[in-house]
Ligand binder design. Structure first.
Ligand code: NAD
Ligand code: MG
Length: 389
């Protein structure tokens, strides 16, 4: 039996992972499940999957979690430190799918087991990619990508030499506003930005798809994970979202990964790796689909892509500053404090002040400097947001 833990079990990726594990209970022994605030879901899954421990991030919810788990034999704990402790409980495979910067520390701890970390939390790679992958190497741990584009690239590279790769093309749906008139974007509401044309995901990542901040993160994630140069990485709009990524080789061939819109494919690939196992996802009827289309993303519609280029070129702590500024700007959009098109200027401004004024760009990357950058970038973003109001 494979011992598995899910950090962020109550979220969209977490629930898809739970679904796969639930389908094959004899194959998996569940160690730890963690959640943010959804105590009912966490307790129910911990009971159903007979987890050893369930951890809720919000301390105030611990009494409720304990009540819900009475008689189940599942331990209950709460708080960020308890999530990190749970991540160190021996497991062969750990899913890192907490959203945002909060996912870095638990994933980091899980790596110290020297086992496998399935990484959905893209923020970990964007903010701290070089030290995270060094840490994995140091502990002989394996990191497998779960983001659908990166899983697709990883699969297209099986048996290939990375030195023969000329370019990596990740696809983007274009999000909720891909066909909107540009001048209407300014007035886009939260509800409009929160509905994705192709995928069913958490709210934050759905809004990040509409602004393409998600794709911007994924460009940086590609650079960090596969170690290619920024100029080798492209994003292309592919409204059908059936090709998840393509790898172009030095002989002109392009290997494309085609599959349904279902995160259980990428999660299942990582769960069963290095083998492939039957997965409960739709089989595509290509004749029915008929055509796959592509178009270049417009710079004016998606300013986040240009910001990602700057972050990739500059490297270092710029990824951490970018992620935190983007997160803060997204909070402000969700709260109704700024408009949809004001998120990118806020992030841009933060990156400019971080380089010109704060000089963090050249600091050595450690967990501490990543943390300091996070705090500073959030503060600078709050200032930039206040200036706009
Ligand atoms: P989500 O918001 O649905 O779930 C996030 C999970 O993290 C939940 O369990 C939540 O309770 C927990 N959480 C939130 N804040 C926390 C905190 N401070 N401390 C501890 N736990 C906390 O998000 P999601 O859509 O499942 O995405 C998870 C991660 O996977 C993100 O990094 C996202 O970018 C990435 N990702 C998601 C998808 C997708 O299809 N949803 C695809 C690719 C990558
Ligand atoms: Mg993705």
């Amino acid at each position: 039996m494979k011992k598995v833990s899910i950090l962020g079990a109550t979220g969209s990726i977490g629930q898809n992972t739970v679904d796969l594990i639930r389908r094959d209970p004899k194959a998996f022994d569940v160690v730890a499940l963690t959640g943010g605030r959804n105590v009912l879901q966490l307790a129910q899954d911990a009971r159903d999957l007979r987890a050893d421990i369930a951890v809720i991030q919000d301390d105030d919810l611990l009494p409720q979690l304990k009540d819900l788990l009475i008689g189940s034999g599942v331990e209950a704990a709460a708080g960020a430190d308890a999530i990190c402790d749970a991540a160190t409980r021996p497991a062969d495979w750990t899913m890192s799918c907490i959203v945002g910067a909060a996912g870095l520390a638990p994933g980091w701890k899980a790596l110290e087991q020297g086992a496998t970390l399935a990484l959905a939390n893209k923020e970990s790679l964007v903010t701290a990619g070089p030290i995270l992958l060094d840490h994995a190497k140091h502990h002989c741990a394996t990191v497998l990508p779960v983001d659908s584009e990166h899983s697709a690239v990883f699969q297209a590279l099986v048996g290939e030499d990375i030195a023969a790769v000329e370019r990596i093309i990740i696809t983007a749906s274009g999000g909720a506003f891909r066909d909107w008139p540009l001048d209407k974007l300014e007035s886009a509401t939260l509800a409009e930005a929160s509905s994705h044309p192709n995928w069913d995901m958490g709210q934050r990542i759905t809004i990040d798809s509409a602004s393409m901040f998600n794709k911007a993160m994924e460009l940086i994630e590609t650079k960090e994970f596969f170690g290619v140069r920024p100029d080798q990485i492209e994003a292309i709009i592919h409204p059908e979202s059936l090709i998840h990524a393509m790898v172009g080789f030095n002989d002109g061939a392009i290997m494309a990964h085609v599959g349904p819109h279902d995160m259980r494919h990428a999660i299942g690939f990582a769960l069963n790796w290095p083998k492939r196992t039957e997965l409960p996802v739709e089989r595509l009827d290509l004749a029915q689909i008929g055509a796959l289309t592509f178009k270049a993303p417009e710079a004016a519609r998606y300013p986040a892509l240009q910001i990602a280029r700057t972050v990739m070129e500059e490297g270092g702590l710029m990824g951490a500053a970018f992620t935190s500024a983007k997160d803060r700007a997204l909070d402000a959009f969700i709260a109704g404090d700024i408009g949809f098109t004001q998120m990118a200027p806020v992030v841009d401004k933060v990156l400019n002040t971080m380089t010109s004024r704060d000089g963090l760009k050249n600091a050595r990357m450690t967990l501490d400097t990543v943390q300091q950058t996070d705090t500073l970038a959030r503060r600078r973003a709050a200032e930039a947001i206040a200036d706009l109001r």
